[in-house]
Design a protein around this ligand. Sequence first.
Ligand code: BDP
Length: 591
Amino acid sequence: MLFPQTNRCRTTLDLSGIWQLKADANDHGLNDGWANGFHADAEVGVPGSWNEQLSELGLMNYIGVVWYLTDFMVPSALSSQQIWMRCGSVEYHAQVWLNGQSVGEHHGGFLPFQFDITNIVKLDKRNRLVVRVDNRLSHDTIPQGVNSNHYAEFKKQRDETFPPTVFDFFPYGGIHRPVKLVALHRQHLSDVKVETRISGAVGQLHFAGQFSSVGANARLKAALWDGDRPVDEISLAPKSNRFSGEFEIADCRFWSQEDPHLYQVHFELFDGDSLVDEYTIDIGIREVRVTDTQLLLNGKPIFLKGFGRHEDFAVLGKGLSHPLLVKDFNLMKWLGANSFRTSHYPYSEEAMQMADRLGFLVIDEVPAVSLNFKYVNKNTLASHQRQMTELIARDRNHPSVIAWSIGNEPGIWGEEESISPSAIEYWKKICNLVKQLDTTRPVTAPTFAKWGIRDPLYQVSDFLSINRYWGWYEIPGDLEKAGAVLKSELETIYQTYHRPILISEFGADTIEGEHATHLQLFTEEYQTQLIKKYFEVIESLPFTIGEHIWNFADFRTAQHHRRVVMNKKGVFTRERAPKSAAFFVRQHWTH
Ligand code: BDP
């Protein structure tokens, strides 16, 4: 699904703004005809989570159904066009009606969806768009949901959070990314897939795509540009809805963290002599490979310095904010970071585009966080496969994406089912799907300490990602011992699997302004010392390929006695003020 562009043939209308909202705690809106409209309880900013915006109305911890409504006009100048409604992400289930007619639904958050509304939308008249948003999760969904009974079943009442979640981030709900209308010709490019390879100094670029439909006189021009310099051009006379082609670039500027150079492929679709569609894709020519000890970008070893992060900010919740994106990337650059993981779900398309432009190496994660294999069923697998497929379709053209993460810390509830043969089969199915859809990128998935070398994710990972909290949850306070345990564990894992290792999480909760001259948990000094110890161990081992600190910034979690409102492991506060560790990390990564 292509990201919306406005150009000679495509018009985009952004419906971001203040919408109407009504909570539906008893879930009777469907029967009571709210799809046609309703008397709103409140106004709500879109994009944005409802929780902090409307905490005064009791929506802070609300899990359930909320209805959204907005009215809009489309000018009759677009009468010859096909019109789509495209939504960047809704957590977690969206049902959409336009002028009282159902136009479709989408399961799973964090990924875009679109519907053809041409036959329903009215031109030069008011249109009413209604979205029923449901943020309830269950065993069948990705991520999974829990309730108090599940905690009881696992004798884990002490771990119960409010609202109940299986993951350590706040279960925000809402329309989190922009809703846009896209008007375009009936004959248009509906998808393009790009793969790049390198051979000596030559860059190879293969593209393949689809049209919505094409007439007998269709002609496709694909022009390769280097900024404003034309490089090459191909003309195709497509006879079906599919097309493909290739470019070779001599003396190519390969995309890398130091030189994130982007070429452009500009597609023009003609029907006879008339231009009916155009679309431009930014392309970074680069190749990622994994050896038994290294991660190679364009044949050169690369060491990942960066973070696990979250999309999270005061009031916005998980709503997209362009200024926040700019700030976060600037802060990562300031620290000397070159990489991050989209823990624990796909980030906005705008974030991925920025990573392409700034040369960040991204591990792109599907929202399969903390899967509990006692409860995993065939619907969970289907949802996982569907979201993996949608994620790859959305992000495969980004040079910044260097690997797919197929999940995070399954079995965190300690259930033996998570290391059973059927769990191994489950992961193999997901991994095989990824390999079928994308032959160019490695697969990984972060594990936690409990299962040691028995963790099934090691069997399906091209490089191993390891989340470790020695010095925090385990061995608190004794960083020498924590460092020694980490080192010997990494050595054992490497000797067992002979694959390179990324330390994908390590960190310490840190209250800004808390200090001590001795090693004291929660102080700024402790966070700095813990990070320092991890850097020392990780960088001393020849098979490690990177260090991702947990976390870039403090973030809101569900309520729990272990969290003082936030998870405080950020090297920045939630407001993006640096803690002392940020200065140490900057010194270490930039010198
Ligand atoms: C890891 C999880 C991450 C948590 C982190 C923590 O992957 O989501 O936030 O622990 O406890 O296990 O801070």
